[in-house]
Design a protein around this ligand. Structure first.
Ligand SMILES: Cc1cc2nc3c(=O)[nH]c(=O)nc-3n(C[C@H](O)[C@H](O)[C@H](O)COP(=O)(O)OP(=O)(O)OC[C@H]3O[C@@H](n4cnc5c(N)ncnc54)[C@H](O)[C@@H]3O)c2cc1C
Length: 426
């Protein structure tokens, strides 16, 4: 039995000036509302998906619990008949309903989109079924200890060995070590490694290489691979952001992404597609998707925080009404309204903006998936600029907004059980 609704909260809700179901259907969009209710009911009644005592659990235990959640989420996706793809509304709803960080999230958020966009049909026939079944669980390894924003500066190399038809991956210096990739530290068994291709001593630019890093049976690091977790962080501690050292790790030449260029056994790198077609720039699509997801998740996280703070403000009484012994709902203070209502508006703005940019990227992705698909340079430039600015703007407003929600709850926002401290740190 759900607890009875506080009468102050109830009366605040009843004073709503529009019919709430109209807003519900606007927010649910193409996702049928009964399906969302079913997903939320399944998630909230499942003991494996419980978030109880999250804040008290040691990091290792929380990570282990999140792995169990990953498996249960996949079972539920199959039971509900939703496709395991973040472009599927049902799957996104499942991920959001779990309301906890999953260390496998970047498998869907970065690894799979990268594979689908940059690998050719022949490569996809080999890898996609394994990655979709979860046998291959991947992460996206671009950032190095020495190079983050400056991707062209990455030092990890993939050198073609024409004799064995293999690529040899090396990260010989401290600064060339991969550092930060989410899911790398403990969870993944494959990494999409961003490295410079070297053929006969010549550097041929930055490319994507699919590298097995852990044994499929034992999950131990493969020969030449040193991998681990970067350590405890300010927040987001369920995620095992990792480091990776590659010491002469050999992969077949065929593990290099070859949708927009091919590398022959003799070392010839051939670009595919016309001059006006921006398809080759699609190699940035993984980063663009992450930026779009950050915009969308900004709306979700600010929405969570401002919902907690607004509900609290409806039930919290503080200060006497002038000339009466009656106390004031803190939601009635104009200053409180100014803080909360602007954040509610921002979370709606980010929601619709996030939806728009995600759907634009998903449609570019599916255009690319059909062999006839091309993307114009102007469209790529526009979406790249928009996303770079939006990611920064939305996450800045959200981070400050969640902290303000915590303060707007007075002392109670400081309690872990309010849900706000973890949101602030993440
Ligand atoms: C929680 C988390 C998860 C991550 N997940 C992944 C992942 O899954 N895969 C992955 O590959 N990476 C991941 N990263 C790495 C992330 O992409 C990098 O941290 C990011 O690219 C910034 O690089 P950096 O940390 O090296 O900062 P730097 O590039 O060193 O920048 C440091 C600061 O220098 C200044 N600066 C740098 N360049 C400029 C410039 N051109 N103009 C003006 N100022 C500048 C800015 O103030 C900037 O904040 C993750 C990082 C975090 C924190």
């Amino acid at each position: 039995m759900p607890p009875p609704v506080n009468p102050l909260l109830l009366s605040s809700r009843l004073s709503c000036s529009f019919p709430p179901p109209s807003l519900t259907s606007l927010l649910d969009g193409p996702l049928p509302t009964p399906l969302r209710h079913r997903i939320e009911a399944l998630v909230s009644s499942d003991p494996v998906l419980s978030n109880a005592r999250n804040a008290q659990l040691p990091r290792v235990e929380r990570h282990r619990r999140a792995l169990a959640k990953h498996l249960r989420m996949r079972e539920l996706a199959s039971k509900l008949g939703v496709r395991e793809d973040l472009s599927d509304r049902g799957f996104m709803c499942l991920v959001l309903s779990i309301a906890d960080d999953l260390p496998s999230l970047l498998h869907w958020g970065m690894f799979l989109p990268n594979l689908r966009s940059l690998f050719c049909p022949r490569q996809l026939r080999e890898w996609l079924p394994r990655a979709e079944s979860g046998e291959v669980l991947g992460c996206y390894a671009q950032t190095e200890l020495g190079h983050g924003s400056n991707v062209r500066g990455v030092e990890t190399t993939g050198t073609l060995d024409e004799g064995t038809d293999e690529i040899v991956l090396r990260s010989p210096t401290v600064t060339s070590r991969k550092f930060w990739p989410g899911g790398l530290g403990k969870t993944s068994n494959h990494a999409m490694v961003i490295a410079k291709l070297v053929v006969r001593g010549e550097c041929l630019g930055v490319h994507n290489f699919l590298v097995p890093i852990r044994d499929a049976r034992t999950h131990e690091p493969l020969p030449g691979v040193t991998v681990g977790d970067v350590g405890s962080k300010l927040g987001y501690n369920v995620m095992d952001n990792g480091f990776l050292i590659l010491d002469d790790v050999r992969i077949p030449r065929e593990n290099m992404a070859m949708r927009f260029q091919t590398l022959s056994r003799s070392g010839e790198l051939k670009k595919l597609g016309s001059k006006d077609d921006a398809s080759s720039k699609i190699s940035y699509i993984t980063m663009m998707l992450v930026r779009a997801q950050i915009v969308y998740m900004s709306s979700q996280n600010l929405g969570l925080a401002v919902t907690i703070a607004t509900r609290y403000s409806a039930v919290r009484l503080q200060g006497f009404k002038a000339g009466t012994g009656e106390e004031v709902q803190i939601l009635d203070y104009v200053m409180q309204q100014h803080r909360l209502f602007t954040m509610i508006s921002s979370s709606y703005c980010f929601f619709f903006t996030g939806e728009r940019v995600l759907s634009r990227l998903f449609s570019i992705q599916s255009a690319m998936a059909s062999s006839a698909g091309t993307v114009s340079k102007a469209e790529m430039a526009d979406i790249h600029c928009s996303l770079s600015a939006l990611k920064s703007f939305c996450s800045t407003v959200t981070a400050a907004g969640i902290e303000d929600c915590r303060r707007a709850c007075g002392g109670h926002g400081y309690l872990d059980s309010s849900g706000l401290p973890e949101l602030v740190n993440t």
